[in-house]
Design a protein around this ligand. Structure first.
Ligand SMILES: NC(=O)C1=CN([C@@H]2O[C@H](COP(=O)(O)OP(=O)(O)OC[C@H]3O[C@@H](n4cnc5c(N)ncnc54)[C@H](O)[C@@H]3O)[C@@H](O)[C@H]2O)C=CC1
Ligand SMILES: O=C(O)[C@@H]1CCC=N1
Length: 280
């Protein structure tokens, strides 16, 4: 029987059924959320059918059909189409007043609120692709209309795919995007570079990739599970005058920390530009 107060049967609508939506939906269903209460709007028929087949969710072609009667509406479309998508939902959002959650990079809560007609409870979130395997990290930020129950709902939805962190100042969401939103790509790049370097030194590529990938996994797990600071973990690997020291000295001499700071500044700035470009 449908119990509207139960956290596992609340009607949640996803507008956009691409990669990120799929990972969040997968997480919710795995946690026991009633699949029939999850409604997804996705214009691509193949994606739509795959979502229905894989998770048993209800699928629709148009956002307004999925969103009607939902307690929370999660917007998982690209930033470039966010404005027309919000405008197409305006009528149903104004009638039902659900919690609106956006995962789009660079789109501010006041823009979403205005495009949806005003007076909307908005949570802006920035997840990342490890959500696909339940190891995501999401920053969350709420506007003044979001109540405690809606905060809990947003945490439940994003938390189904990993860790959540509340960010009080919205301007910091561009930094979250630059660190954890884009961050998986930085670690993938480092693994690519390690693999190539090992091959250049003479290791077979298969072995190089396997060792680099497993090292990333091991280091990531120690960072989250050991409770020690990253610098302490680093020091425990580094024997005086040993091999690690030789590599770390070279990273320092080549200015690795400056390169990282510069890259994060560029990503943060790009997030701000995306918000400006999407218009008010
Ligand atoms: N990929 C990433 O690492 C991250 C992406 N994001 C954000 O998540 C959002 C979605 O990204 P992805 O899932 O990677 O993109 P995607 O391209 O896989 O998914 C977007 C989906 O929206 C659908 N769509 C387009 N117009 C629509 C409409 N009018 N109504 C309903 N659906 C519509 C598309 O057919 C597509 O399947 C973006 O705003 C992005 O900024 C956030 C964090 C990380
Ligand atoms: O690259 C991007 O713009 C999006 C936002 C964070 C990850 N992917």
């Amino acid at each position: 029987m449908h119990d509207p107060t139960s956290s596992s049967s609340a009607r949640i609508a996803f507008v956009g059924g691409g990669n990120m939506a799929r990972s969040l939906i997968g997480g919710l269903v795995r946690q026991g959320h009633d699949a029939a209460a999850i409604r997804v709007a996705e214009p691509n028929a193949d994606l739509r059918q795959a979502l229905a087949r894989d998770f048993g969710v209800a699928v629709f072609e148009h956002g307004r059909d999925a969103a009607a009667g939902a307690e929370a509406v999660l917007l998982a479309v690209k930033p470039q189409v966010m404005r027309p998508v919000c405008e197409s939902l305006r009528e149903v959002l104004q009638a039902d007043r659900p919690l609106l959650i956006s995962i789009a990079a660079g789109i501010r809560m006041d823009q979403l609120d205005a495009w949806c007609g005003g007076g909307v409870a908005v949570v802006r979130s920035m997840p990342n692709t490890p959500a696909l395997i339940g190891a995501g990290a999401s920053g969350l930020c709420a506007n003044g209309r979001v109540d405690a129950a809606q905060r809990a709902r947003a945490e439940q939805i994003l938390g189904a795919a990993g860790l959540t962190v509340w960010i009080e100042a919205e301007e910091q969401m561009d930094i979250v995007t630059a660190i954890s939103g884009s961050g998986p790509a930085y670690f993938f790049l480092l693994v690519e570079a390690l693999e190539d370097a090992a091959v250049a030194e003479g290791l077979p590529r298969d072995a190089a990739r396997l060792l680099a990938c497993q090292t990333a996994l091991g280091a990531g797990r120690m960072l989250r599970e050991d409770g020690e600071a990253p610098a302490q973990l680093r020091q425990r690997v580094t024997s005086p005058n040993g091999t690690t020291q030789a590599a770390l000295d070279r990273f320092a001499a080549r200015g690795l920390r400056d390169v990282v700071a510069d890259a994060v500044a560029a990503a943060t700035q790009r997030g701000r530009e995306l918000a400006a470009k999407s218009g008010d």
